[in-house]
Design a protein around this ligand. Structure first.
Ligand code: SF4
Ligand code: SF4
Length: 344
């Protein structure tokens, strides 16, 4: 597969064609929302913003919706149970590398020993066109987490190299899509430009870890009793904002919604998160993490150790959304890991 170069004008034409022909399904991209950005269905290429810092919510919501019906049932002499699996195709345009790494974590969690039909169907039917983030949010620390650039998880990856985009082709699906656009072969000089843009962008990250990302598990292992967890959690509202905006939070709760006529109903799942008071409460009334300090510490261990041990990815991609969303300004894992490292 040959990497390509496409002019900004021709990229707009390419996106308009994707929207018009639906060759890769519904086209979803980054749109401005007042002074912020979010993913939404694109009506035309003019709506697409590839120069953004961060989307309010990560693209995981398209694979793992906030609320999703997973089955419908009918009572009666012969009860019926029908799984509900959404199989519509979609093409996500403008996904940042750290959000792609978040999606790869979902693949590892829900595609492994206990495959999740709903998530896997959406992943199979999706196309991902990524874009390198050249204007990192001031709270982001993706460079320290090694997620500012990715070489996997996309069909096509765009890098703004000035007047044009460098197009890294990741899959045969991406290859056949971009072949329909007006492009030219990428030269070694174009690739050098792309690599330089990426290298220069790493220097723009304002938050940095005071350790290598792969040292975080050992740091946590040695600091279960650290007072940083208590100090930080002292002002926590247990609002759950940090976990609701996180591209790597994979937890959900399952609930039933019986119809009023009691002839049947629906079962759905909805996002849940370990910073919420009830998350670890069980039927007997016991709450395994009753205190906010315990929940705060648990979240940090999920991000920096537990998920890595079970799957191959750290549970934090350094996007910075939790730090942006947290009213108490305590949620950034980078800040907590740094304070522990400094022995504060
Ligand atoms: S923990 Fe925070 S910085 Fe890390 S991936 Fe989640 S939202 Fe992003
Ligand atoms: S850390 Fe911040 S965002 Fe998370 S639950 Fe506590 S107050 Fe809410």
């Amino acid at each position: 597969m040959q990497n390509r170069v496409i002019s900004k004008k021709d990229l707009a034409g390419f996106v308009d064609d994707l929207i018009k022909t639906k060759a890769a399904g519904e086209v979803i991209g980054i749109k401005a929302k007042d002074d912020k950005f979010n993913f939404g269905t694109l009506k035309n290429a003019a709506e697409l913003r590839l120069d953004y810092d961060i989307a309010l919510l990560p693209p995981k919501k398209y694979f793992f919706p906030q609320i999703e019906t997973v089955l419908k049932y009918e009572f009666g002499a012969t009860p019926k149970v029908e799984p509900v699996v959404d199989d519509k195709a979609m093409c996500l345009v403008g996904v940042h590398p750290f959000d792609i790494r978040g999606i790869l974590l979902f693949d590892a969690v829900y595609g492994g020993a206990n495959p999740d039909a709903n998530l896997l169907m959406k992943r199979r039917n999706s196309t991902i066109i990524g874009v390198d983030c050249l204007t990192p949010n001031p709270k982001s620390f993706a460079a320290s987490m090694g997620t500012a650039v990715t070489d996997e998880g996309f069909d096509l990856m765009l890098t703004d190299i000035g007047g044009d985009y460098f197009v890294t082709v990741g899959t045969t699906k991406g290859d056949s899509l971009i072949k329909k656009a007006k492009t030219r072969d990428a030269t070694p000089a174009d690739q050098e430009k792309r690599d330089k843009v990426r290298k220069d962008t790493l220097k723009k990250y304002q938050v940095t870890l005071k350790m290598k990302a792969d040292e975080i598990p050992a740091l946590l292992d040695a600091n279960w009793e650290s007072k940083v967890f208590n100090d930080k959690a002292a002002t926590c509202f247990s609002c759950g904002s940090c976990v609701m905006v996180c591209p790597t939070c994979v937890c959900f709760d399952v609930q039933d919604d019986p119809a009023l006529n009691l002839k049947g109903g629906e079962r759905y799942r909805r996002w849940d998160g370990c910073m919420l008071t009830e998350f670890a409460k069980v039927a007997s009334g016991e709450n395994f993490r009753e205190h906010k300090e315990q929940r705060f510490r648990h979240r940090m261990y999920r991000k920096g150790k537990y998920l890595l041990e079970r799957y191959k990815y750290l549970g934090c991609v350094g996007c910075g959304r939790c730090a942006i969303a947290c009213l108490a300004q305590i949620a950034s894992p980078a800040e907590t890991f740094n304070l522990i490292k400094e022995g504060k």
